[in-house]
Design a protein around this ligand. Structure first.
Ligand code: PLP
Length: 397
């Protein structure tokens, strides 16, 4: 291992015992280049972040323009800043009228923290219902409503009054009662290995929340901004949540999260207590300028409409391999099942060698995941399929 890698491992806190160690030089479109000049086809996009590709020129131009004007000027919500306001309006333009008020934060997990607090404050209730298999982030509140017990156990005690139901099972929904402040759910579970619910389930969930006065939170941190083949997954299922949480692709490569609700619900963060959720850097102008430009790009391009077709193309190629048992896919969000983690790891490592980045799931070891930029072309999709099939063949026992 060279000195640079040793420095990285020793001096920078590590959470993965065997990181990829790609030494990044630059990134553009669907490609990342390392310092030796090797190019990688990025079929993960920072885990569903770079939906419009790396360094989109409209995003970098918006960033440059804002950097030249001003950086941080005041904590969230005190000063009127063009970049924040333009982003809020752009978000509204792609959301239904019930979701007309947004609060920008720094990450997906913070968006969920804000949403959970908002639901508790609005309903005056404390119980939260979440789903087995879910992943909502790494901070204490989000971890409390995430399903993976192995990841939670060392950090207990976590939030009290959290119950878990089975994803996509209408039978458990009677557990949502007038005591429940919020139900939080990923409309398509990501980390559980891309679990796609039926529309009936989400409709029944919506109805039960409405009956009991419970706020329904859709965590679209991963599924948002075209990943599933529509701007948001909730549009695919025709079910509108009370609170929507966003992150990842929203920033076009910059760090941002947001929770969105109605003005009526969101107003509750203004009093009892005032400043009900606060964050110094939330809504940072440079990040908001990037996010506004990202939404513009997604509105202007037809990538979202093409996601299903391009996804199908790769699915049809990969499913031909006898070692691939099942592919769960919606839009350009894939989980590809193989025999076990050992097989998955060999294929993922071989793909990396061949210049293609794929990744695994925290909670589903026998799958590997793909979430390429939506800007990928059909040709590039085919090329990716060929590389993955070759990686499977070379590593076959
Ligand atoms: N919610 C979902 C569905 C996610 O997939 C993630 C991250 O993978 C998060 C929340 C947490 O987002 P962040 O890592 O920005 O805190």
């Amino acid at each position: 291992m060279n000195q640079r890698k040793i420095d990285f491992i020793n001096n920078q806190a590590q959470t993965n015992p065997s990181p990829y160690l790609i030494d990044v030089e630059r990134a553009e479109g669907i490609y990342i280049w390392d310092k030796s000049g090797k190019s990688y086809m990025d079929m993960i996009a920072g885990v569903a972040v770079n939906n419009i590709g790396h360094c989109h020129p409209k995003v970098t131009a918006a960033i440059h323009q804002q950097v030249d004007q001003y950086l941080h000027v005041m904590v969230y919500g005190e000063f009127i800043q063009d970049a924040q306001l333009n982003l809020a309006k752009n978000l509204q333009s792609i959301l239904p009228p019930q979701l007309n008020c947004s609060y920008t934060v720094n990450s997906g997990t913070e968006a969920n923290e804000g949403a959970l607090k908002l639901a508790k404050r609005y309903t005056g209730r404390s119980e939260i219902i979440a789903f087995n298999g879910s992943y909502h982030g790494g901070t204490h509140g989000s971890l409390s409503v995430s399903g993976n017990e192995m990841k939670k156990a060392p950090f207990r005690p976590l939030l009290p009054h959290v119950k878990f139901l089975d994803f996509n099972k209408t039978e458990g929904l009677e557990n949502i009662t007038a005591k429940t402040a919020a139900v939080i759910i990923e409309p398509v579970q990501g980390d559980a290995g891309v679990r796609i619910p039926t529309q009936d389930f989400l409709v029944a969930l919506r109805n039960r929340c409405t009956e009991t006065g419970t706020l329904l939170i859709f965590d679209e941190v991963q599924t948002g901004f075209g990943r599933t083949g529509s701007f948001f997954a909730f549009q695919k299922f025709n079910v509108i949540p009370d609170i929507l949480t966003l992150g990842k692709a929203l920033g076009g490569g910059m760090p941002i999260g947001a929770f969105v609700s109605s003005q009526e619900i969101m107003h509750n963060l203004t009093f009892n207590p005032m400043l009900g959720h606060i964050t110094t850097f939330g809504g940072h102008p440079v990040v908001c300028a990037a996010a506004k430009a990202t939404i513009d790009v997604l509105k202007e391009e037809i990538w979202i409409q093409e996601a299903d077709q391009k996804g199908q193309l790769l699915e049809d190629l990969l499913i031909q391999d006898p070692e691939i048992f099942e592919i769960r896919r919606i839009g350009l969000m894939f989980a590809i099942d193989m025999l076990d983690f050992d097989r998955v790891k060999k294929v993922v490592d071989e793909c990396l060698d061949k210049g293609l980045i794929s990744f695994w799931f925290l909670s589903h070891p026998n799958s590997f995941r793909l979430s390429p930029p939506l800007s990928i072309t059909a040709e590039e999709m085919k090329k990716a399929g060929e590389i993955i099939l070759a990686a499977i063949a070379v590593t076959r026992r």
